[in-house]
Design a protein around this ligand. Structure first.
Ligand code: PEP
Ligand code: CO
Length: 440
């Protein structure tokens, strides 16, 4: 294997990269980014790796979630609070349901770049480059807006820093109010017997939190909360610029987030993304669609985790509710057969996207179905599902259909705000967490 460096990916074919007009400006931006302080610390990354090794053994559960594409304009006090709130509430429900510690990883503070199936789209009769995330170009459908702008990478760094700074502040000091009864917005649940179980569960959780708080004081309960950040490692020049060699360990980390994942579209064994990921010491995820084959996955594991480091690899399957029964068992068998231990995570979102009334959506029931099947298949194969991966938001958007509020296709027009894929809204996310307690 040739020597790795943060730039060695440049010798390989790199898919999904923006084509910048101004190379000089790009070089200046990258040079500045290379001098900025990191956003996360190596100690935090290593702690996450330990937690992931526990999840791989079934001793912990991982909740990863957030926007499909974060938007720079959503870096506001309210929006960040709501995203953190839903993830913390879901994690409390899951902790209670699983009787296991839950690791929270946000698709947050850096999830600004998107892989796309097409390079261009036609808007009002004009062919334009597609939106590739706020780190690359603007959603605004004009030629100027869609031109990749290197300065956006730098803006993304600062927005990530602001977001993460606020998350850290909330987690360490100001978010105890989450435990208050009114913070749990449960009114969405119809007062039918089907939902009585969820209401009871919510009350028991609140009682448990109150009890803990009475023992140690409110702050104490929340001080133990860890929160990690993640994004898809996609735009490689930007990721390279935020790669640092740890002076103590003499090993490279991407210090823009704790966890990075390789997308389904950019995980080619000999491609630039796998080359870049290979040298990092961060824990990494690999998205696997329904066509993934066992030998392909084993080759990726050999390349990305030759030392079989505990907690290094999370395999995030996204096969669709119709594809999972056929595709997942063979992958589990291959991985087990090779004596490999990984965290298995289920992303029930990306294999269940459909277009209805001209809008991309996902059905709550199909999402639940893929999850249910994932739990059952792992159990049947003597494996463990160690985590889940959702696209969600704390806002009351109408992007996915179904759930207790009974959103239908006609509701999609009302509050459809995503810049990319449809997300579960606040109540759908909370309901999903309650539904998962049955599966855990
Ligand atoms: C995503 O997670 O937003 C994504 C693009 O996923 P995938 O690579 O699985 O399609
Ligand atoms: Co998505």
């Amino acid at each position: 294997m040739e020597t790795w460096s943060p730039a060695s990916w440049r010798a390989k074919p790199a898919l999904q990269q923006p084509r910048y007009g101004d190379e000089r400006q790009l070089a200046q931006v990258l040079e500045r980014l290379g001098r900025m302080p990191p956003l996360v610390a190596v100690g935090e990354i290593e702690r996450l790796k330990v937690e992931l090794s526990q999840a791989a053994r079934g001793e912990r559960f991982v909740l990863q979630g957030g926007d499909c594409a974060e938007r720079f304009d959503d870096c506001t006090s309210d929006s960040v609070q709501r995203k953190l709130k839903i993830l913390l509430q879901m994690s409390l429900v899951l902790t209670y349901g699983a009787r296991k510690p839950v690791t929270r990883i946000g698709r947050l503070a850096g999830q600004f770049a998107k892989p796309r199936s097409q390079d261009t789209e036609v808007v009002n009769g004009v062919s334009l480059p597609v939106f590739r995330g706020d780190n690359v170009n603007a959603l605004e459908a004009t030629a100027a807006g869609r031109a990749p702008d290197p300065l956006r990478l730098e803006r993304g760094y600062f927005i990530s820093a602001s977001t993460l700074n606020y998350v850290r502040a909330l987690v360490s000091g100001g978010f105890a109010s989450l435990q208050a009864a009114e913070a749990w917005q449960l009114d969405f649940m119809p007062s039918t017997s089907a939902y009585q179980g969820y209401r009871d569960l919510a009350h028991r959780i609140r009682d448990a939190i109150d009890y803990l708080a009475s023992l140690g004081g409110q702050a104490e309960v929340w001080r133990k909360v860890d929160f990690y950040t993640s994004h898809e490692g996609l735009v490689l020049p930007g990721e390279e610029a935020l790669t640092r060699i740890d002076p103590e360990r003499r090993t490279p980390y991407n210090l823009s987030c704790h966890f990075l994942w390789l997308g389904e579209r950019t995980r080619a064994l000999d491609g630039a993304h796998v080359e870049y990921f290979r040298g990092l010491r961060n824990p990494i995820g690999i998205k696997l669609g329904p066509k993934a084959q066992g030998d392909e996955v084993l080759a990726l594991l050999d390349r990305l985790d030759p030392e079989r480091e505990p907690g290094r690899i999370t395999l995030i399957t996204r096969m669709g509710h119709q594809g999972i029964a056929e595709a997942l068992p063979r992958l589990i068998r291959s991985v087990k057969g090779a004596g490999r231990t990984v965290v298995w995570s289920c992303d029930p979102m990306h294999g269940n996207t459909v277009t209805v009334q001209g809008k991309k959506t996902r059905d709550f029931l199909q999402i639940t179905s893929e999850l249910e099947q994932a739990f059952a298949i792992h159990r049947a194969e003597g494996s463990v599902l160690g985590g889940v991966h959702f696209e969600l938001t704390g806002d009351n958007v109408t992007e996915c259909v179904g759930g207790a509020e009974g959103l239908g296709p006609l509701d999609l027009a009302r509050s459809y705000e995503t810049g990319c894929d449809p997300r579960l809204n606040y109540t759908q996310s909370l309901e999903m967490a309650f539904a998962m307690t049955r599966l855990l």
